[in-house]
Write a protein that binds this ligand. Structure first.
Ligand SMILES: Nc1ncnc2c1ncn2[C@@H]1O[C@H](COP(=O)(O)OP(=O)(O)O)[C@@H](O)[C@H]1O
Ligand SMILES: [Mg+2]
Length: 310
Protein backbone atom coordinates (compact mmCIF):
# COMPACT_ATOMS: atom_id res chain seq x y z
CA UNK A 1 0.00 0.00 0.00
CA UNK A 2 1.25 3.44 -0.86
CA UNK A 3 -0.42 6.60 0.40
CA UNK A 4 0.48 10.26 0.77
CA UNK A 5 1.11 12.03 4.06
CA UNK A 6 -0.01 15.62 4.65
CA UNK A 7 3.31 16.80 3.18
CA UNK A 8 2.67 14.75 0.05
CA UNK A 9 5.45 12.41 1.07
CA UNK A 10 4.94 8.92 -0.23
CA UNK A 11 4.61 6.27 2.46
CA UNK A 12 5.76 2.82 1.49
CA UNK A 13 3.89 -0.20 2.81
CA UNK A 14 2.17 2.09 5.33
CA UNK A 15 5.44 2.39 7.25
CA UNK A 16 8.46 3.83 5.49
CA UNK A 17 9.38 7.25 4.11
CA UNK A 18 12.40 7.94 1.94
CA UNK A 19 15.21 10.05 3.41
CA UNK A 20 17.80 9.87 0.64
CA UNK A 21 19.05 7.80 -2.25
CA UNK A 22 21.99 5.57 -1.36
CA UNK A 23 22.75 3.68 -4.52
CA UNK A 24 21.52 2.42 -7.79
CA UNK A 25 22.72 -0.35 -9.98
CA UNK A 26 21.77 -2.84 -12.54
CA UNK A 27 18.80 -4.32 -10.68
CA UNK A 28 17.27 -1.41 -8.83
CA UNK A 29 17.70 1.57 -6.56
CA UNK A 30 18.49 1.72 -2.88
CA UNK A 31 17.17 4.36 -0.48
CA UNK A 32 17.73 5.23 3.14
CA UNK A 33 14.25 5.12 4.67
CA UNK A 34 12.73 5.75 8.09
CA UNK A 35 9.98 3.80 9.81
CA UNK A 36 7.49 6.55 10.66
CA UNK A 37 6.36 4.87 13.87
CA UNK A 38 9.71 3.89 15.38
CA UNK A 39 12.02 6.39 13.62
CA UNK A 40 14.41 3.50 12.93
CA UNK A 41 16.38 3.79 9.72
CA UNK A 42 16.66 1.04 7.10
CA UNK A 43 17.81 0.50 3.56
CA UNK A 44 15.02 -0.04 1.03
CA UNK A 45 15.88 -1.62 -2.28
CA UNK A 46 13.45 -1.09 -5.13
CA UNK A 47 13.76 -3.61 -7.94
CA UNK A 48 13.32 -2.43 -11.52
CA UNK A 49 10.13 -3.89 -12.94
CA UNK A 50 11.73 -4.80 -16.24
CA UNK A 51 14.58 -6.58 -14.54
CA UNK A 52 12.92 -9.15 -12.38
CA UNK A 53 14.49 -11.97 -14.37
CA UNK A 54 16.59 -12.86 -11.35
CA UNK A 55 13.52 -13.09 -9.15
CA UNK A 56 13.54 -9.58 -7.69
CA UNK A 57 12.71 -8.91 -4.06
CA UNK A 58 10.68 -12.11 -3.74
CA UNK A 59 13.63 -14.35 -4.56
CA UNK A 60 16.11 -12.29 -2.54
CA UNK A 61 13.83 -12.41 0.47
CA UNK A 62 13.51 -16.16 0.11
CA UNK A 63 17.27 -16.69 -0.24
CA UNK A 64 18.31 -14.24 2.47
CA UNK A 65 15.76 -15.68 4.90
CA UNK A 66 17.65 -18.98 4.74
CA UNK A 67 20.90 -17.43 5.86
CA UNK A 68 21.91 -16.67 9.40
CA UNK A 69 25.48 -15.43 9.59
CA UNK A 70 27.06 -12.37 11.15
CA UNK A 71 28.77 -11.36 7.89
CA UNK A 72 25.70 -11.76 5.67
CA UNK A 73 22.99 -9.23 5.11
CA UNK A 74 19.83 -9.79 7.14
CA UNK A 75 16.47 -9.18 5.51
CA UNK A 76 13.67 -7.57 7.51
CA UNK A 77 10.72 -7.02 5.22
CA UNK A 78 9.55 -7.44 1.64
CA UNK A 79 6.51 -6.02 -0.08
CA UNK A 80 4.99 -5.59 -3.52
CA UNK A 81 3.27 -2.27 -4.25
CA UNK A 82 -0.06 -2.12 -6.18
CA UNK A 83 1.90 -1.04 -9.28
CA UNK A 84 3.88 -4.31 -8.89
CA UNK A 85 7.15 -2.65 -7.84
CA UNK A 86 9.01 -4.91 -5.43
CA UNK A 87 10.79 -3.68 -2.32
CA UNK A 88 13.19 -5.22 0.15
CA UNK A 89 13.94 -3.75 3.58
CA UNK A 90 17.29 -4.50 5.20
CA UNK A 91 19.39 -2.99 7.99
CA UNK A 92 21.22 0.14 6.87
CA UNK A 93 25.02 0.14 6.90
CA UNK A 94 26.67 3.53 6.51
CA UNK A 95 30.00 2.37 5.08
CA UNK A 96 30.89 0.68 1.82
CA UNK A 97 34.24 -0.96 1.03
CA UNK A 98 34.21 0.74 -2.37
CA UNK A 99 35.03 4.02 -0.62
CA UNK A 100 38.19 2.57 0.94
CA UNK A 101 39.84 1.17 -2.18
CA UNK A 102 42.09 4.16 -2.79
CA UNK A 103 42.89 4.66 0.90
CA UNK A 104 45.70 2.07 0.93
CA UNK A 105 44.70 0.50 4.24
CA UNK A 106 47.44 -1.25 6.25
CA UNK A 107 47.83 -4.98 5.57
CA UNK A 108 46.56 -6.04 9.00
CA UNK A 109 43.31 -4.15 8.33
CA UNK A 110 42.94 -5.61 4.83
CA UNK A 111 43.50 -9.02 6.41
CA UNK A 112 40.65 -8.50 8.89
CA UNK A 113 38.33 -7.35 6.08
CA UNK A 114 39.18 -10.28 3.80
CA UNK A 115 38.92 -12.73 6.71
CA UNK A 116 35.32 -11.64 7.32
CA UNK A 117 34.49 -11.82 3.61
CA UNK A 118 35.91 -15.36 3.50
CA UNK A 119 33.81 -16.26 6.56
CA UNK A 120 30.68 -15.07 4.73
CA UNK A 121 31.61 -17.02 1.59
CA UNK A 122 32.46 -20.13 3.62
CA UNK A 123 28.96 -20.08 5.10
CA UNK A 124 27.30 -19.64 1.69
CA UNK A 125 29.45 -22.36 0.14
CA UNK A 126 28.65 -24.75 2.98
CA UNK A 127 24.97 -24.34 2.02
CA UNK A 128 25.93 -24.94 -1.63
CA UNK A 129 25.29 -21.36 -2.72
CA UNK A 130 27.57 -19.26 -4.92
CA UNK A 131 27.34 -15.50 -4.41
CA UNK A 132 28.46 -14.66 -7.96
CA UNK A 133 28.92 -10.92 -7.46
CA UNK A 134 31.56 -10.33 -4.79
CA UNK A 135 33.15 -6.90 -5.28
CA UNK A 136 33.90 -3.86 -3.09
CA UNK A 137 30.52 -2.17 -3.80
CA UNK A 138 28.72 -5.24 -2.47
CA UNK A 139 30.65 -5.25 0.81
CA UNK A 140 29.12 -3.05 3.49
CA UNK A 141 30.68 -2.21 6.86
CA UNK A 142 28.81 -1.56 10.09
CA UNK A 143 29.93 1.15 12.48
CA UNK A 144 31.04 -1.67 14.77
CA UNK A 145 33.51 -2.92 12.15
CA UNK A 146 31.45 -5.87 10.95
CA UNK A 147 31.85 -6.70 7.28
CA UNK A 148 28.51 -7.45 5.62
CA UNK A 149 28.26 -9.18 2.27
CA UNK A 150 25.25 -7.88 0.34
CA UNK A 151 23.55 -7.92 -3.08
CA UNK A 152 22.24 -11.43 -3.57
CA UNK A 153 20.71 -10.65 -6.99
CA UNK A 154 22.94 -13.20 -8.69
CA UNK A 155 23.28 -15.69 -5.83
CA UNK A 156 22.19 -19.24 -6.64
CA UNK A 157 22.75 -22.87 -5.82
CA UNK A 158 25.73 -24.68 -7.33
CA UNK A 159 25.11 -26.55 -10.56
CA UNK A 160 23.64 -29.98 -9.89
CA UNK A 161 25.25 -31.45 -13.01
CA UNK A 162 25.02 -31.54 -16.79
CA UNK A 163 21.28 -30.70 -16.86
CA UNK A 164 21.81 -27.60 -14.75
CA UNK A 165 24.10 -25.16 -16.59
CA UNK A 166 24.90 -21.77 -15.05
CA UNK A 167 24.67 -18.39 -16.77
CA UNK A 168 27.82 -16.94 -18.22
CA UNK A 169 26.89 -13.35 -17.48
CA UNK A 170 27.55 -13.74 -13.75
CA UNK A 171 29.89 -11.44 -11.83
CA UNK A 172 30.83 -7.84 -12.63
CA UNK A 173 33.56 -7.78 -15.31
CA UNK A 174 36.61 -6.85 -13.19
CA UNK A 175 35.93 -9.65 -10.69
CA UNK A 176 34.91 -12.37 -13.16
CA UNK A 177 36.94 -15.57 -13.17
CA UNK A 178 38.63 -16.78 -16.39
CA UNK A 179 36.53 -19.96 -16.61
CA UNK A 180 33.40 -17.80 -17.02
CA UNK A 181 35.06 -15.87 -19.87
CA UNK A 182 35.89 -19.21 -21.49
CA UNK A 183 32.23 -20.18 -21.45
CA UNK A 184 32.31 -22.81 -18.70
CA UNK A 185 28.64 -23.35 -17.75
CA UNK A 186 29.57 -25.61 -14.86
CA UNK A 187 31.79 -23.30 -12.87
CA UNK A 188 31.98 -23.82 -9.13
CA UNK A 189 32.11 -21.69 -5.98
CA UNK A 190 35.80 -21.11 -6.87
CA UNK A 191 34.54 -18.14 -8.91
CA UNK A 192 33.83 -16.45 -5.55
CA UNK A 193 37.41 -17.21 -4.43
CA UNK A 194 38.67 -15.51 -7.59
CA UNK A 195 36.50 -12.45 -6.86
CA UNK A 196 37.73 -12.25 -3.25
CA UNK A 197 41.31 -12.48 -4.56
CA UNK A 198 40.55 -9.55 -6.88
CA UNK A 199 39.12 -7.52 -3.96
CA UNK A 200 42.18 -8.35 -1.82
CA UNK A 201 44.57 -7.21 -4.59
CA UNK A 202 42.49 -4.09 -5.22
CA UNK A 203 42.75 -3.01 -1.59
CA UNK A 204 46.54 -3.46 -1.81
CA UNK A 205 47.18 -1.65 -5.10
CA UNK A 206 44.43 0.96 -4.72
CA UNK A 207 42.58 0.20 -7.94
CA UNK A 208 40.87 -2.74 -9.67
CA UNK A 209 43.44 -5.34 -10.72
CA UNK A 210 41.80 -6.45 -13.97
CA UNK A 211 40.26 -3.24 -15.24
CA UNK A 212 38.95 -4.03 -18.71
CA UNK A 213 36.22 -2.22 -20.63
CA UNK A 214 34.76 -5.39 -22.12
CA UNK A 215 35.07 -9.18 -21.79
CA UNK A 216 38.04 -9.50 -24.13
CA UNK A 217 40.05 -6.63 -22.66
CA UNK A 218 39.41 -7.93 -19.12
CA UNK A 219 40.58 -11.40 -20.11
CA UNK A 220 43.64 -9.83 -21.78
CA UNK A 221 44.44 -8.05 -18.50
CA UNK A 222 44.24 -11.36 -16.65
CA UNK A 223 46.64 -12.94 -19.16
CA UNK A 224 48.97 -9.93 -18.99
CA UNK A 225 49.14 -10.05 -15.17
CA UNK A 226 48.77 -13.75 -14.31
CA UNK A 227 49.94 -15.47 -17.49
CA UNK A 228 48.49 -17.41 -20.37
CA UNK A 229 46.13 -20.32 -19.64
CA UNK A 230 47.21 -23.54 -21.32
CA UNK A 231 46.95 -27.30 -20.84
CA UNK A 232 50.09 -27.27 -18.67
CA UNK A 233 48.86 -24.83 -16.02
CA UNK A 234 45.16 -25.63 -16.41
CA UNK A 235 44.41 -29.15 -17.66
CA UNK A 236 41.14 -29.20 -19.61
CA UNK A 237 41.06 -25.48 -20.42
CA UNK A 238 41.29 -26.05 -24.18
CA UNK A 239 38.00 -27.98 -24.06
CA UNK A 240 36.02 -25.00 -22.73
CA UNK A 241 33.60 -23.65 -25.39
CA UNK A 242 35.09 -20.17 -25.81
CA UNK A 243 38.74 -21.05 -25.22
CA UNK A 244 41.19 -19.26 -27.48
CA UNK A 245 44.87 -20.17 -27.55
CA UNK A 246 46.20 -16.79 -26.46
CA UNK A 247 49.90 -16.04 -26.48
CA UNK A 248 52.07 -13.76 -24.36
CA UNK A 249 51.55 -12.78 -20.77
CA UNK A 250 53.81 -13.40 -17.85
CA UNK A 251 53.35 -13.40 -14.10
CA UNK A 252 53.40 -9.79 -12.87
CA UNK A 253 51.06 -10.08 -9.93
CA UNK A 254 53.82 -10.64 -7.35
CA UNK A 255 55.65 -7.44 -8.31
CA UNK A 256 52.43 -5.40 -8.33
CA UNK A 257 51.47 -6.59 -4.85
CA UNK A 258 55.01 -6.11 -3.57
CA UNK A 259 54.98 -2.53 -4.87
CA UNK A 260 51.70 -2.09 -3.02
CA UNK A 261 53.51 -3.07 0.20
CA UNK A 262 52.05 -6.58 0.68
CA UNK A 263 54.08 -9.12 2.68
CA UNK A 264 55.51 -12.29 1.11
CA UNK A 265 52.84 -14.38 2.85
CA UNK A 266 50.10 -12.06 1.61
CA UNK A 267 51.39 -12.27 -1.96
CA UNK A 268 51.30 -16.07 -1.74
CA UNK A 269 47.68 -16.10 -0.58
CA UNK A 270 46.48 -13.71 -3.32
CA UNK A 271 48.45 -15.67 -5.93
CA UNK A 272 46.71 -18.87 -4.84
CA UNK A 273 43.27 -17.26 -4.93
CA UNK A 274 44.00 -16.05 -8.46
CA UNK A 275 45.16 -19.37 -9.90
CA UNK A 276 43.92 -19.64 -13.47
CA UNK A 277 42.84 -23.25 -12.90
CA UNK A 278 39.85 -23.07 -10.52
CA UNK A 279 40.74 -26.47 -9.04
CA UNK A 280 44.02 -25.04 -7.80
CA UNK A 281 42.37 -22.15 -5.95
CA UNK A 282 41.96 -22.85 -2.21
CA UNK A 283 38.54 -23.34 -0.65
CA UNK A 284 37.39 -20.93 2.06
CA UNK A 285 38.21 -23.57 4.68
CA UNK A 286 41.75 -23.96 3.37
CA UNK A 287 42.22 -20.20 3.39
CA UNK A 288 41.03 -19.91 6.97
CA UNK A 289 43.42 -22.63 8.10
CA UNK A 290 46.35 -20.63 6.77
CA UNK A 291 48.62 -19.09 9.42
CA UNK A 292 48.36 -15.82 7.49
CA UNK A 293 44.88 -15.15 8.86
CA UNK A 294 45.86 -16.08 12.41
CA UNK A 295 48.70 -13.66 13.09
CA UNK A 296 49.43 -9.95 12.63
CA UNK A 297 45.75 -9.27 12.10
CA UNK A 298 43.99 -6.09 13.24
CA UNK A 299 41.31 -6.40 15.90
CA UNK A 300 37.84 -5.19 15.01
CA UNK A 301 38.50 -2.19 17.30
CA UNK A 302 41.63 -1.27 15.34
CA UNK A 303 39.66 -1.63 12.14
CA UNK A 304 37.05 0.76 13.49
CA UNK A 305 39.69 3.29 14.42
CA UNK A 306 41.80 3.16 11.28
CA UNK A 307 38.78 3.12 8.96
CA UNK A 308 37.30 5.98 11.01
CA UNK A 309 33.94 4.23 11.39
CA UNK A 310 31.53 6.27 13.43
N1 LIG B 1 21.67 -2.11 3.50
C1 LIG B 1 22.39 -1.18 2.90
N2 LIG B 1 22.97 -0.20 3.61
C2 LIG B 1 23.69 0.76 3.00
N3 LIG B 1 23.92 0.82 1.68
C3 LIG B 1 23.38 -0.13 0.90
C4 LIG B 1 22.58 -1.18 1.47
N4 LIG B 1 22.16 -1.97 0.47
C5 LIG B 1 22.69 -1.45 -0.66
N5 LIG B 1 23.40 -0.34 -0.41
C6 LIG B 1 24.11 0.52 -1.39
O1 LIG B 1 23.43 0.50 -2.62
C7 LIG B 1 24.25 -0.07 -3.65
C8 LIG B 1 23.40 -0.91 -4.58
O2 LIG B 1 22.77 -1.97 -3.84
P1 LIG B 1 22.87 -3.47 -4.32
O3 LIG B 1 22.07 -4.31 -3.41
O4 LIG B 1 24.30 -3.82 -4.48
O5 LIG B 1 22.11 -3.39 -5.72
P2 LIG B 1 22.55 -3.52 -7.23
O6 LIG B 1 21.94 -4.81 -7.65
O7 LIG B 1 21.90 -2.36 -7.85
O8 LIG B 1 24.03 -3.51 -7.30
C9 LIG B 1 25.33 -0.85 -2.90
O9 LIG B 1 26.51 -0.96 -3.65
C10 LIG B 1 25.50 0.00 -1.65
O10 LIG B 1 26.33 1.09 -1.92
MG1 LIG C 1 25.49 -4.30 -6.05
Amino acid sequence: MQSKSSKQQKIYNGKYIKLSKIGGGSFGQVYLVKDIKTNNEYAMKKFYLDNLGNGGAVKQFEILSKFDHENIHKVLDMFIAPNKNQYLITPYYPNNLYNYVTKKLPEKIIKQIILQVINAAKYLHSLKYIHRDIKPDNILISNEGKIILTDFDLCRLESKGKDDPLTRTAVTLYYRAPEIFFGDSYYTNKIDIWSIGCVFAELVIGQPLFKGSNELSTLSKIIQIIGCPNEDNWPGVSELPNYLPFGGGEFQLGKMLENGGLSKEGIEIVTNMLMLDPKKRPTCEELLENEYFKKDIASVDELKKIMELK
